[in-house]
Design a protein around this ligand. Sequence first.
Ligand SMILES: Cc1cc2nc3c(=O)[nH]c(=O)nc-3n(C[C@H](O)[C@H](O)[C@H](O)COP(=O)(O)OP(=O)(O)OC[C@H]3O[C@@H](n4cnc5c(N)ncnc54)[C@H](O)[C@@H]3O)c2cc1C
Length: 539
Amino acid sequence: MTASPQVLVVGAGPVGLTVAHELARRGMRVRIVEALAAPATTSRAIATHPRTLEVYDAMGVVGEILKRGRRVGAFTMFHRGRRLVRLDADYRTMPTRYPYTVIIEQVQTEAVLREALAGQGVKVEFGVRLEALEQDGRGVRARLTHENGTAEQVDVPWLVGCDGGHSTVRKQLGLKLAGESSETWMLADAVVDCDVTPDSLYWIHSGAHAMMMVPLPGAGRWRLLDTGDVLPGADSTSVAAHYSAKLSAGLGRPVRVAEPEWVSVFTFQQRAVSTMQVGRCLVAGDAAHVHSPASGQGMNTGLHEAFNLAWKLSSVIHGDADATLLNTYSSERVPIGAALLGSTQRATFLVQLKNSLAGVALPVVFAVVRNVRPIRLRMQRSILGAMSGLRLSYPDSPLTVANRGRAGSGPAPGERVTSATVDLCGPGGPALAAALRDGRWTLLVGEGAPDAADAAARYERVVSVRVLSAREPDSDGMVLTDPTGGVAKALGLVSGGWALVRPDGYLAARGERFAIEQLDTVLAHLLGRDATTAVTTDT
Ligand SMILES: Cc1cc2nc3c(=O)[nH]c(=O)nc-3n(C[C@H](O)[C@H](O)[C@H](O)COP(=O)(O)OP(=O)(O)OC[C@H]3O[C@@H](n4cnc5c(N)ncnc54)[C@H](O)[C@@H]3O)c2cc1C
């Protein structure tokens, strides 16, 4: 790298790779360092949920993720050999183009993100560890050690710590992980001979403890999780025999587990920081919160954070926004991290179900769930709603402008724009998805808005202006072809109406009659400065 970096990203796990990709995509000079000498070869995270798939879509990597993963759309529960219930995914109240969870090993996710990052011209520097940092109002000085023992001092305007649960950045910033409780579980990735279908996640109670089975990509491969017996130090033959016996009891059919390719006994805690920014340093992902893997949220949440942070940081560095925009990173994401501790704690409780009365109550409760459709649907939606990330919104954010008029249906400011209640898988849906890959703010206007071309010219650096129309794309690239008017209807965009979408896909503001003065006012408020004249700076 010739010119000095504008951002140093510490840690090349999924979160660091996403931050670096999203910064580089917006033209930032990024350096990303990773303490490991080579990419990790074992996978912790495997479940990738719908909102994360939408984020991958906006990043341009969703195709590769889908290709390497396996889709699952159900949650099936067994108790002492009897099937209690199968809950099929039902996203009707949470529209998305990706109504399923993709099981993809973290090793593969990281490989896809690394390749995409390399496509932006940034290579991960393996074998480089951040040892210490100090900062003042102008920048950050980081002390790095290379694998061969060489020390390096680097000065950067901004630093993002994505260095995982034992984060050096977090410790150097004096941020405390507050919280409690820890549990120890055992996982094994193995080929399993068993006649359950690999289109579902399985929760299995053997009578003594609860286990999970998750189908991995590849024939017959499963992730097995025991929340009770953890067999520290056991050899792989014993682990295979242990799971074979316990799963046979839980599923009520013969199960033969081959010697696992990977066994891990791990202890997790439920803790989070109270702020994600100290001066010119920010933290994201496990560096900011650690919790139970019960509902597969850690990596998903970290990726959403990375996506939230990168556009804000690049806007500030580009000089398009005041530095106060970055305050909204912490104010939007800390409450989500805190809420997550509560929800993953509940999920942990349910997944391990240690209560001794459970054995008696479960068959009764699930007979009701199985047979009473409204209860089953409610349960399906509540499990999915919590896991999918689709219900997440920012109604109270300073970046959410009170509703300026909402004709009919359509998302409200603060909501994901793709949460439109009409099916966005229709003819205009792909065009909208493509528009949301732009990286800038997106102004969607109904046909007939008089000032759309002026807005496009005035805010070219910051805003992509798209006119929803039945017409074919035009030469200036403003027409977003919506052949049936389905997208406009889904978004509640009347003729001349407008909706301003943040670079991370959340609606910031909307109105019924577009005029450029409104956009001036709204953007000045959102960006904290007049965005018609950007000052490009390195700071
Ligand atoms: C068993 C298990 C199953 C899980 N399943 C799921 C799941 O299904 N879905 C899900 O969303 N989440 C899951 N998680 C959680 C998920 O693995 C983590 O949340 C995710 O890895 C966090 O990503 P990250 O990039 O923040 O941190 P990490 O993946 O921990 O990456 C941090 C990187 O920083 C590097 N690093 C550390 N210190 C330094 C330093 N000083 N200098 C330079 N580099 C450094 C590390 O080597 C590492 O590569 C699971 C966790 C466990 C334990």
